[in-house]
Design a binder for this molecule. Sequence first.
Ligand code: ZN
Length: 439
Amino acid sequence: MLFLLLLLLFSSSSSSSSSSSSSAITDLEQAQLHLFQQYLRINTSHPSPDYTSAVSFLSAQALSIPLISQTLFFSPSKPLLLLSWPGSDPSLPSILLNSHIDSVPVEPSKWSHPPYAAHRDSHGRIFARGSQDDKCLAIQYLEALRALKASGFSPLRSIHVSLVPDEEIGGADGLAKFVESDEFKKLNVGFVLDEGQASPTDEFRVFYADRLPWSLVVKAVGSPGHGSRMYDGAALENLMECVETIARFRDNQFDLVKAGILAASEVISINPIFMKAGIPSPTGFVMNVQPSEGEVGYDVRVPPTVNIEFLRKRLDEEWAPVIRNLTYELFLKGPKLSDNGGRPLSTATDESNPWWSVFTKAIIASGGKLSKPEILASTTDARFIRQFGIPALGFSPMANTPILLHEHNEHLKDTVFLRGIKVYEHVITALSSFPGNSS
Ligand SMILES: [Zn+2]
């Protein structure tokens, strides 16, 4: 028994020293983790994000670095914090680092730790809503800038940080309004880093475009009839044909993903969201009448490289032809289909974009690896930036990390968070020291 106890004691102490990531963490790093936890403890989840507390916390940090801090309002009670470090040549286009303050809601009962406690477990994992998406970025940007200031670094280009509201509800009162403002134009932004996603491998992921979100609603009409009658052209028969045709297209797209030929973000996704049909009765539906109309709605995500006319043609000819009494509405939920110069909303990841090579070299210099650039399957605020033809990459330095954004038990490991600060020190140094091509 004593032997067993000793064995248990021994094994628990040795496992805690080998699995604990905190043993090698310095006092400075402890302080950085503490800041991250403090920010995570401010509940900025929708529907009522506490922007006031978040902005006062972040601006106090910025002033301690020190950075120039301005709080802008493009909508009442939705502050946007703009932080700046002027470069030695302010005529050069500047660097902007963006992060959203808000988060998606939680179901607290589904979490193993309270979602706003920022509990750090024995493996160094910090559990909180926003830990990956994307409150880590704000603190990493700030701490990288603090370290660079302390080292005596002097940027050639001005560096700005925008901490914006409302990304998770579409960004209309956040970055969308900011990019249209005089304050933004005055920054003369040349390159932007915005959020990316965690990577389960040891390579960081980087995103050069977002898929564009569309909504599709197909309506069918047809002759009503008794439930018992067999006849052609009933509304729901027409609608079902449309649904089946679209389902086949969806399967084909999905097969390309399953076969590993294309990434999920490189295909068109078209997923049914609602179906509306039937004649209501007090107990459900009238069961002996074939209705004269029906409707189906889809969430459609289209890579920026796909011309939307391709979809319209399929809708007109196969999915929702007029001859089958089908009509449709296809509308874009985002700001625009192409940038102000008519180009697709995507950032070049080759030698045509000098920022790309500066960025990739900085990642390598930081000891990191980058995976093949990707299109993001969902959308971020970066699309508002790309709209102006300004190159923007989505990047969150989280390697060897499960993808947990918007999920229960969202967490980020302490060492991954801390490494991100070092990565940004390299990246910010390289970007803000880049002498040209300044266009
Ligand atoms: Zn996000």
